[in-house]
Ligand binder design. Structure first.
Ligand code: FUB
Ligand code: ZN
Length: 670
């Protein structure tokens, strides 16, 4: 009864305060999907065993935890570099919470409780939580402003910290059922809602994420103010009159913060790429909950813009280092590609939400591209070395010293490692989605899912060796036969499409047939928004087989991407490949790949934790030992998955290869 009353009140207040609907397509929660695979589970385990402890250790050794202790005591001096350093603790707690639902670990659980207690003590009585001020309000970080919220539109990150707090507290509550962290977050959210809104302060948060975070709290509590404030934060963008709209400087004209024009009028991805990705994800949430069509038009256009003009072929985004931002259309330089790991993570959040809005597989195609390539490249196979930027090529002269050619343990700004900590163990939540009697299979990961469909409990087991092999098996278990549709994503790459746009195409697009077999019999199927629809009365023991062709494809870029003219990249299934010096006679930047080159693929279980290699023979330009002549020789070629580069030391790496030589640049020798 209490539950019914709560639901009724929630519905009533939700409608009164702006909720008109929700995502049409809902993910099957991470708690219902148990991964058993050989690709993600080992990574999630390394995240649990290595990355999470290392991350907490660094939060301790760098003074991030001490900041909270000092804030609790209201004395001391903020002892780290950035006012958003608090978020590394929140993000690691978030990752640990997801991880605890996979690997019960009483010691870790007790440690989380102890940290949460410290965070709680650092919170001011009215809910304010921001160690950079609370430690000593008279001596604040220069970015923080003398009084609360004064510099929120710029760099204080007060609401950014709150957003990460909400995301982490929601995950902790959902994974563990405990309220200790959630209560801290709610107290802070209540303060935020009392400070910002109509008739109160207006601000476009300087670093988005609070919008998504508030929506998560709204979903847990049903408190309408959380939804309303998230919506306000989006509406406040584009109305600040202190910018210089004539300036080309993105910080001065507001573009850096996605604040130059109202969100409903935005059509192109601009500014800081992580901020942008978090904004678009938050906009999708608000659009879903309020039904605001103008917001949907805006993010649909921005998505088209990113996917057709601003995304690297390995799914990275945010090409420009100065401002960590999106460049112009087709501005995708390889020598200086920035591709912050956090931007890739933000775009996973955004693409998942775009799918939930529209139910089209193209969003999951992009999500998959990011996930298997430009996102996990951010963490080394050891789980404790990271890339902040994700390079597209490394040449031996290391011409651009700002480009990371080697992974680091952590960074003074450690946003990327701790973002990876939270993303990886949340992957079970991306595998399936549902709408009415439709079950969407979005990711192909060995797992056992328990879910309810048309009021029946079923379990669905995936058996495959993805991403190396395209043979997918699904086994249904159900007490009684259930009529529902299984919609299996047929990835764009299996249908001759490199990306859902004309930004990248397969040079020799082959239209291989995707075979679908039910209980041993090949079936005909219709393709709906990129999904093969298999509608039947499913019963215990039914086996669905889907055979995706695993060709090695040559990818070419749109000719407007000047840095890729005349070049190809190699893709097999969802995986993009690169060549490293270590497998290719000490160099990688001297090889080219003529159009008629043939390749083979072979699995190498002992290399780089087990990878499918692409092998062939290609011409390589060689300089004679005396430095007096140049010749082209045919040599064996080995490419590894892009995500696995830089795990064996520092040297050349190439992802795009010329098909012919145009000219040779001479570098003087001694
Ligand atoms: O500002 C907080 C985080 O620091 C951003 O998301 C990253 O790009 C880094 O600048
Ligand atoms: Zn980052």
């Amino acid at each position: 009864m209490k539950r019914i009353l709560f639901s009724f009140c929630f519905l009533y207040t939700a409608i009164a305060f702006g909720q008109k609907g929700d995502y049409a397509y809902k993910p099957v929660p991470f708690t219902s999907v148990q991964l058993t695979d050989n690709f993600w589970m080992p990574r999630i385990k390394v995240n649990h065993m290595v990355t999470i402890p290392a991350s907490f250790e660094r939060c301790e050794s760098t003074g991030r935890v001490k900041n909270f202790v000092m804030a609790a005591n209201r004395s001391g001096k903020f002892c780290t570099i950035f006012p958003f350093d608090d978020t590394d603790i929140y993000k690691t707690i978030e990752g640990a919470s997801y991880s605890l639902s996979l690997f019960p670990d009483p010691k870790l659980s007790a440690y989380l409780d102890s940290l949460i207690a410290i965070v709680g003590r650092a919170q001011e009585p009215d809910g304010y939580l921001y160690t950079a001020r609370t430690i000593n309000p008279d001596s604040v970080h220069p970015w923080s402003g003398k009084v609360r919220w004064e510099k929120e539109r710029e760099l204080s990150h007060e609401l950014y910290n709150s957003g990460h707090l909400y995301e982490a507290a929601a995950a902790h509550y959902l994974a563990t059922g405990k309220r200790n962290f959630l209560d801290i977050a709610l107290k802070n959210a209540d303060l935020v809602c009392s400070v910002f809104g109509p008739g109160k302060r207006h601000v476009a948060p300087g670093h988005e994420i609070v919008e998504m975070g508030l929506v998560k709290l709204y979903r847990i509590t049903g408190k309408p103010e959380y939804l309303a404030t998230a919506k306000d934060f989006i509406e406040y963008r584009g109305h600040y009159n202190g910018y210089d709209s004539t300036s080309k400087d993105e910080w001065k004209n507001g573009t850096y913060w996605q604040d130059a024009i109202p969100v409903v009028d935005q059509r192109e991805a601009m500014g800081h790429a992580v901020r942008a990705g978090y904004l678009y994800a938050g906009v999708a949430d608000i659009a879903a909950l309020t039904g605001d069509q103008k917001l949907i038009v805006a993010i649909d256009s921005i998505w088209d813009n990113v996917v057709s003009k601003k995304m690297y072929v390995q799914g990275g985004a945010g090409a420009i280092g100065d401002g960590e931002r999106y460049g112009d259309n087709y501005e995708l330089p390889n020598e200086t590609a920035y591709n912050e790991t956090c931007a890739a993570i933000a775009n996973v959040f955004w693409n998942e939400r775009m799918f939930m809005l529209h139910g089209d597989s193209k969003y999951i195609d992009v999500l998959e591209k990011i996930l298997y390539n430009g996102l996990i490249s951010g963490v080394g196979l050891d789980g404790k070395s990271f890339f902040y930027t994700n390079a597209m090529q490394i040449k031996s002269d290391f011409t651009h010293p700002s480009m990371e050619a080697e992974r680091s343990g952590w960074f003074p700004c450690s946003c990327c490692p701790t973002n990876l900590v939270r993303l990886l163990p949340s992957i079970p939540g991306y595998v399936y989605a549902q709408k009415d009697d439709k079950l969407f299979v979005n990711l192909f990961i060995n797992s056992k899912a328990t879910l309810k469909i048309v009021d029946n409990d079923i379990t669905l087991e995936q058996q495959n060796n993805y991403p190396w092999n395209g043979d997918l098996n699904f086994v249904v278990d159900s007490k009684k036969p259930v009529a529902f549709s299984m919609l299996v994503r047929i990835p764009g790459w299996a249908r001759g499409q490199a990306i859902p746009s004309d930004l990248y195409t397969f040079q020799h697009a082959t239209q291989s047939q995707v075979l679908i077999i039910v209980n041993g019999e090949k079936i005909e199927y219709a393709l709906e928004n990129g999904y093969a629809v298999i509608k039947r009365k499913w019963k215990k023991g039914d086996v669905l087989q889907v055979q995706l062709p695993m060709n090695i494809d040559r990818v070419t870029a749109n000719e407007k991407v000047t840095s890729d003219i005349g070049k190809i990249a190699l893709q097999r299934g969802p995986i993009m490949y690169c060549a490293e010096w270590v497998d290719n006679n000490g160099k990688a930047a001297n090889m080219f790949i003529p159009e008629n080159t043939t390749f083979t693929a072979a699995f190498s279980p002992n290399l780089l934790s087990g990878v499918e290699l692409i092998k062939g023979s290609v011409p390589a330009v060689q300089v004679s030992a005396d430095g007096k002549s140049v010749q082209t020789v045919s040599q064996p070629f080995t490419a590894i998955p892009y995500y696995a580069w830089a795990n064996r030391g520092k040297g050349e790496m190439m992802l795009w290869f010329p098909q012919k030589i145009k000219e040779v640049d001479l570098v003087a020798g001694q």
